[in-house]
Design a binder for this molecule. Structure first.
Ligand code: ARG
Length: 459
């Protein structure tokens, strides 16, 4: 089969060689973007008088027909035509005759593929931002139910201080807020048009890059034609934002998995997001959370793979860059899938308030309270720390908790103690009093929920 670029060749490659070089197997995902880019390009050629109106009309109609066929799944691509760009050009020529060959005037596949990728990522980034918002909403919905539900807060996975469960969930809301804003910011660099950069040097035709950029909804154009066709930073950025987002999701997944274990029993996953074991009838496994935790690895992989592909690449386009696509497509699907599952998982999980409540009563996570108490009464904090440490030791030796020690025992440790410590030591009091900005105090958590609501309203 003859190639669209076959003129200077006397021999054709064997099929298996063609297959190795072809990207049509995966870049057919860009069919819509490629047709959209072509429609803008041909309109620009018409506006600039590079092609006469009737030819522009024929090409435009041809492209629209291809779009309809694509929607109906009627387009047939071939490996011999290498990639989505050449396949569509060939199909256009088949559709409308030799005039179809005029579409590629003043354009190269190099600026064409870059344009497609920009259009694709703009769309997908917006979709992903919407999905991030849905997870944030699910977190806020759960948080609203659990402002006064207490959970042990951990450092080093050792009980540290009790916190409001809403506060814990909202920590993830704010992580996701940063993820959202990273994607949002990256759109500034995604939404720039490389179209008209040509192969690398621009073109002799009197094109109007601003015009085609405007038709495609881009905010501006690349200032340098070499940069326009060589830049894949915007994909690196997308993958980096996605890797960070997945890292956040995997951290919450880990907590959900721990919390739903027999050892914790803080939450229960809904049956619709859990699976059973083929051998052990009692099992209910948090598979979806584990899978998202696992899928984080492949998104990191895509980021590293692209950074490595680009490292040391000379200007301008090199075929290596065809390797930018599969990782990006995979990351898009992985991130969207994970976010959608995540929202459902959070929405439907059951929180065992009582187990959590019991947990915060059965530990020493109120010990800081006692130290603060003594410090407020004038004892240097370091000294107070020592006194309370000894009290904890006494309680451990007796097999009880701080609330179980008697006032005499307290007074023996320091005469600054009086009866009110038993109120101070209550987990609810412990949490309520942490009312510093951004703290877990109930007032602060309610304030945070108002802020979160405001963010979500702007959707
Ligand atoms: N399939 C190619 C890619 O994805 C399109 C650009 C090809 N350009 C070229 N000069 N061979 O990178």
């Amino acid at each position: 089969m003859s190639k669209l670029w076959g003129g200077r060749f006397t021999k054709t490659a064997e099929e298996w060689v063609d297959a190795f070089g072809a990207s049509i197997g995966f870049d057919q995902k860009l069919v819509k973007e490629d047709l959209t880019g072509s429609l803008a390009h041909v309109a620009m050629l018409g506006k600039c008088g590079i092609l006469p109106a009737d030819e522009v009309e024929q090409i435009t109609e041809g492209l629209k027909t291809l779009q309809k066929k694509a929607d109906a799944g009627e387009l047939e691509f071939s490996v011999q035509n290498e990639d989505i760009h050449l396949n569509l050009e060939k199909l256009l020529i088949d559709e409308i005759g030799p005039v179809g060959g005029k579409l590629h005037t003043g354009r190269s596949r190099n600026d064409q593929v870059a344009t497609d990728m920009h259009l694709y990522l703009r769309n997908e980034t917006n979709e992903i931002m919407g999905a991030v918002r849905n997870v944030q909403q699910a977190l806020v919905n759960q948080a609203k139910q659990h402002v006064e539900t207490l959970i042990p807060g951990y450092t080093h996975l050792q009980r540290a201080q009790p916190v409001s469960f809403a506060h814990h969930l909202l920590a993830y809301f704010w992580m996701l807020e940063r993820d959202f804003s990273r994607y949002e910011d990256s759109l500034k660099r995604v939404n720039i048009s490389p179209l008209g950069a040509g192969a690398l040097a621009g073109t002799t035709f009197p094109i109007d890059r601003e015009y085609s950029a405007e038709l495609l909804g881009f905010d501006g154009i690349y200032q340098n034609s070499l940069d326009a066709v060589s830049d894949r930073d915007f994909i690196v950025e997308f993958l980096s934002s996605s890797a960070t987002l997945m890292m956040h999701l995997s951290r919450l997944c880990e907590e959900l998995i721990l919390w739903s274990s027999q050892e914790f029993q803080f939450i229960e996953m809904d049956d619709s997001f859990a699976t059973g074991s083929s051998i052990m009838p009692q099992k209910k496994n948090p598979d979806m959370a584990e899978l998202i935790r696992g899928k984080t690895g492949r998104v990191y992989g895509s980021l590293f793979s692209l950074l490595t592909v680009l490292k040391g690449l000379p200007l301008a386009y090199n075929k290596d860059m065809q390797e930018d696509k599969e990782g990006m497509f995979d990351a898009v699907e992985t991130v969207k899938g994970s976010l959608n599952i995540f929202a459902g998982m959070i929405d439907t999980m059951t929180v065992n308030n009582e187990t959590m409540e019991k947990a915060v009563h059965q530990d020493f996570s109120n010990a800081t309270e006692l130290a603060d108490y003594l410090a407020t009464k004038g004892m240097p904090f370091r000294e107070a720390h020592e006194v309370v440490g000894k009290l904890v030791l006494t309680a451990i030796e007796k097999g009880v908790y701080l609330l179980d020690l008697t006032i005499e025992e307290y007074k023996q440790a320091s005469d600054l103690f009086s009866e009110d410590i038993f109120e101070v030591l209550q987990p609810k009091t412990v949490v309520a009093r942490r009312n510093s900005a951004g703290g877990t105090g109930f007032e602060q958590v309610k304030l945070a929920l108002t802020k979160a609501d405001k963010i979500l309203q702007v959707k």
